[in-house]
Design a binder for this molecule. Structure first.
Ligand code: PMM
Length: 278
């Protein structure tokens, strides 16, 4: 049976079918797309193309989160993403903003983003819980330890699935305690964040345990390092096949939304796969 929960809605999307979030990194140094969307006009064109290809959400980010990446100021981050968000919102596209900074969250919501996607699970900036609670917007709480600069050193687990589940549950509790509504929250295992390839594979296999927390689950695995490890493909932009295989597996294990670079191909894979279950 296909996983389906037709009653659940998140960010205005029914989750009776898998949803696709397109990745729009407006950064010069993202690990997996090599900064191919640099420049406002290019980024806007790429975002429009993703929506046209079937993305339910376009995720706009202005800070690279590759391991050890330099941190950018909130001003630089906003200068990169706000014009892109304004243009895509004007085209009626559902936009999430991938940021850890409360001031950027606020500015992005003002510019037309409707979803906050925070790799730190609203833990990095002490003001971020308040911004999301006050605005009432949907939020993705991702699991990570430390920061992109330090996370590789924190990839030490006795039982990665149990620990990720418990740490995610803590972030959910913090969100609820801050006044964020339960039906606004989605969770994300944070594959590749404070997780080596072996950890990411274990978490993907154990995804059902995280889905049991009872929140819609978003999974970002597109082109990631563990796909490279399993497929022996060193180049991130050559990992589409592995990303599709792992994405369909994630859906079977309870993922509701896939965060991907290759929107058209992922939408097609999901469409064919679903049709075969009918
Ligand atoms: N991965 C990256 C950035 N942001 N956000 C969420 N919610 N989940 C992820 O897995 C995630 C993310 C890093 O990958 P990229 O450089 O390809 O965007």
């Amino acid at each position: 049976m296909m996983p389906s929960d037709s009653d659940t809605k998140w960010a205005g999307l029914t989750l009776d079918q898998p949803r696709v979030m397109g990745i729009l990194n407006v950064t010069p140094d993202s690990f997996s797309d090599g900064g191919s969307h640099v420049g406002v006009d290019n980024a806007i064109a790429a975002g429009l193309a993703m929506a046209e290809a079937g993305a339910d959400i376009v995720d706009v980010g202005g800070e690279s989160t590759r391991p050890g990446a330099d941190q950018v100021s909130a001003e630089t981050e906003q200068a990169r993403i706000l014009p892109v968000i304004r243009a895509l919102a004007a085209a009626d596209i559902r936009i999430s903003v991938d940021t850890r900074n409360a001031s950027t969250m606020r500015a992005a919501l003002g510019a037309g983003a409707t979803i906050i996607n925070d790799i730190s699970g609203l833990s990095y900036d002490p003001r971020s819980l308040g911004v999301v609670a006050e605005h009432g917007c949907p939020v993705v709480l991702m699991h990570m330890r430390g920061t992109p600069a330090t996370m590789n050193g924190e990839a030490v687990y006795r039982d990665v699935v149990t620990e990720v589940r418990a740490e995610l549950a803590n972030r959910v509790d913090a969100a609820l305690a801050a006044g964020i509504r339960r039906d606004r929250i989605a969770i994300d295992p944070g594959l590749g964040f404070a997780k080596d390839a072996t950890h990411s594979v274990a978490v993907l296999r154990g995804l059902g345990t995280l889905a049991d927390l009872g929140y819609p689950m978003l999974v970002g695995l597109s082109r990631k390092r563990f796909i490279g490890a399993l497929s022996e493909e060193r180049r991130p932009d050559q990992r589409l096949g592995g990303s599709l295989a792992a994405g369909l597996f994630a859906i079977l294990r309870g993922a509701s939304i896939l965060r991907v670079h290759d929107v058209r191909e992922t939408v097609q894979a999901i469409r064919v796969w679903r049709a075969l279950f009918e």
